[in-house]
Design a protein around this ligand. Structure first.
Ligand code: ZN
Length: 216
């Protein structure tokens, strides 16, 4: 053991964060040691509060202070249209864009393949249950048009195989490789308004009904 036990323990805890290797964990831990004790206490409390005072919405899976979340509990929202997004940040982005007045389904944040993450199986299952309950008429896939987003969209489509629901995707106006969270609200709103149907019974891969020009 190179360091005193409490420091060693902190480094090991930090190493468990995504994208943090042993060297970064050590740098972060040494930064904590140099920091003002009150700042460190605030950080510890923030960590605990973020974990203990938030829950996942039992309906949409978003991170919220109470379940069901404010959006799912709002009778003014259009319960027939469910927008599937990758994470809580994308819900916030869609809300800012103001184009979607339906509900959401959150697959959960950050499934970069290198982190071995994927849409949560339970999120896919609960989406299928929501659809089978009969209120949902359209599922709008708003996953990013990059590799992870495409993979997530395919998994969603697989999970909805045979379900009596219309599935659509955001229009391709969304620049390839751009995460939803970085998009300007107006571009996102337009991509939402011009969403295209994405048939569940398509043999393979995303289809582009409407005979649009080939991508290139
Ligand atoms: Zn909810």
């Amino acid at each position: 053991m190179a360091f005193p036990e409490p420091l060693e323990r902190l480094i090991r805890a930090l190493e468990r964060f995504p994208g943090v290797g042993p060297r970064s964990a050590e740098r972060m831990a040494l930064h904590v040691l140099r920091s003002d004790p009150e700042e460190v206490a605030d950080l510890a409390i923030a960590l605990r509060d973020a974990r203990m005072e938030t829950v996942r919405c039992e309906v949409c899976g978003n991170v919220t202070l109470q379940s069901p979340c404010r959006i799912c509990a709002d009778p003014e929202r259009d319960a027939a249209t469910v927008c599937v997004v990758e994470g809580p940040r994308e819900v916030a982005k869609m809300e800012d864009a103001g184009a979607h007045d339906g509900l959401y389904h959150v697959l959960m944040a950050g499934f970069a393949p290198r982190e071995g993450a994927a849409p949560e199986a339970r999120a896919l299952l609960s989406l299928r249950r929501r659809v089978d309950a009969g209120t949902v008429k359209e599922v709008v896939l708003a996953t990013a048009p990059d590799r992870e987003g495409e993979g997530a969209a395919l998994l969603v489509r697989e999970a909805l195989q045979g379900a009596a629901v219309k599935v659509s995707r955001l229009a391709r106006g969304v620049p390839v490789g751009t995460r939803l969270e970085y998009l300007h609200g107006e571009i996102l709103a337009e991509a939402y308004r011009e969403r295209r149907s994405w048939p569940l019974d398509a043999a393979s891969g995303p289809s582009e009904p409407g005979g649009g020009p080939p991508e290139g």
